[in-house]
Design a protein. Structure first.
Length: 314
């Protein structure tokens, strides 16, 4: 009888000791394509804890690189929490399994075994054709804002900017291959202002994506040219004539010393609102869909670049 009581006492003591081991309970919450939310609850003997989320492969890679155990990485890079909390990680990769780590800290700043929980972000895109739209706004002599928007079928996409002269020398297929090889995958609309561009230089803004089945879609290429000295400094040109002035949305462009070129129309914010290739010395342009107001018309031809004011009044 004494032996049985002693055994019960040992079991009870062991169970009590186990219950008092500092620990953290991890509960996953809302998951989206790019976010992971989790809640953390510590037990009574856990004074604080560190939390971190990463893929298992990345953790193993860094642990090997620095020659330390994974809990050391959690302590060094993790968020130090002192109470029950919830946290949302953002900018995650869609359709990817992540490990959530919690490293408990007990009395005397003693660390205890980590708890982990798996969470997988939702898959992005569909199985249809991936397409992206590319728009160029706020063009100046050295900057341009490029907005690239994927459709619902796009799981991931890439975009980039390449000078037309270089692109033409290597071919568009090579340009698209360069964009595909970008180390920066994108999953939602990319609104980026490119800076330090070369004045009076033509660029290609390129976007391409692939669907959830890892199949590339069609590329989108938009051509634009940076301004010479900024809109405020461009006000006249003898390279072409524009009439009538003001116009009702329809006007004529006569090239004075060229037979072809590119016509671009900008609003007062420097945003290109219309573009057309001119293939003759005389061309009629119809931009009646634009609102009344003042615009800058710009012609790029083999004889140079010129700009004039255009007034639309219907």
């Amino acid at each position: 009888m004494k032996t049985i009581l002693t055994l019960f006492a040992i079991i009870a003591f062991s169970a009590s000791s186990f219950a008092q081991t500092p620990a953290v309970t991890i509960t996953t919450g809302t998951l989206t394509t790019t976010t992971v939310q989790a809640s953390f609850a510590k037990n009574t003997t856990c004074n604080s804890y560190y939390i971190l989320m990463s893929t298992a492969a990345e953790m193993a890679q860094f642990a090997t690189m620095f020659g330390v155990p994974e809990d050391s990485l959690v302590k060094q890079w993790g968020i130090h929490c002192y109470a029950d909390t919830s946290y949302t990680w953002t900018a995650m990769t869609p359709g990817t399994e992540y490990t959530i780590y919690a490293l408990p800290v007990g009395a005397g700043n003693v660390f205890y075994p980590m708890q982990t929980e798996l969470a997988t972000t939702l898959q992005n895109g569909g199985t249809g054709l991936s397409t992206v739209t590319v728009e160029v706004f706020d063009i100046t002599s050295t900057e341009a804002r490029v907005v690239v928007t994927p459709n619902a079928e796009t799981a991931v996409f890439y975009d980039g900017l390449i000078e037309k002269a270089y692109a033409d020398s290597i071919g568009m297929d090579s340009c698209i291959a360069i964009v595909k090889a970008s180390p920066y995958p994108l999953y939602s609309t990319d609104n980026w202002t490119w800076m330090s561009l070369t004045p009076n230089t033509t660029y290609y803004a390129i976007g391409i994506g692939k669907n959830a089945n890892d199949i590339w879609g069609d590329s989108t290429v938009i051509e634009f040219t940076t301004l010479t000295n900024g809109l405020s400094e461009i006000n006249s040109s003898n390279l072409f004539s524009v009439y009538p002035m003001p116009c009702n949305g329809k006007f004529n462009v006569d090239l004075n010393a060229a037979t072809a070129g590119q016509m671009q129309l900008f609003d007062l914010n420097g945003r290109m609102v219309y573009s057309e290739i001119i293939t003759g010395a005389h061309t009629e342009i119809n931009v009646s869909a634009l609102n009344d107001g003042c615009y800058f018309i710009r012609i790029i031809s083999e004889n140079g670049v010129g700009s004039q004011k255009l007034i639309i009044k219907k």
